[in-house]
Design a protein around this ligand. Sequence first.
Ligand SMILES: [Zn+2]
Length: 164
Amino acid sequence: MFDATWRQADTQARADLVKYKLRLIGVPDSRNGVERLADNYANLPRTADNKYPTVRQHYFPSTNDSGGVNQAHNGIGIDAGVEDPNLMANAGYDVPSWSSASIETRIEAVAVHEMIEVDHPSSDSSVRHSDAILNAPEEAANYTISAEALQILHEQRASWLAKQ
Ligand SMILES: [Zn+2]
């Protein structure tokens, strides 16, 4: 059902689906979407503390090489990479469960990964990424995701470890 809705949805509707899905997974509103300046921000009223107004972007349709994005200590989003069955293989990971998974399942797996990165203490993106891969299967217990999504996280870790 989710995937059928997704495939028919335009960019805005996909953003709404991501926001809804991340909330169901257990991503707090404070991390749901990456904050950016609102469109036409200069012509909009300032906030109460005199800042330009911002919005949270949940879906990134023109990025398709990672599945997810995060801005440190701010928020996470999902990109069009979740539609690509070959995403993991192209990134050098052997994760057969990714290829066969639904888009909804892939979003669940990506969300856990990005949530580890977003509040990671290191400013080194490669450290954050490796740590997310290593810890995602256990961190997943803090979120409501499917067994299939958990399988993706396990397979990604095993594939990553096999290359070290
Ligand atoms: Zn990462």
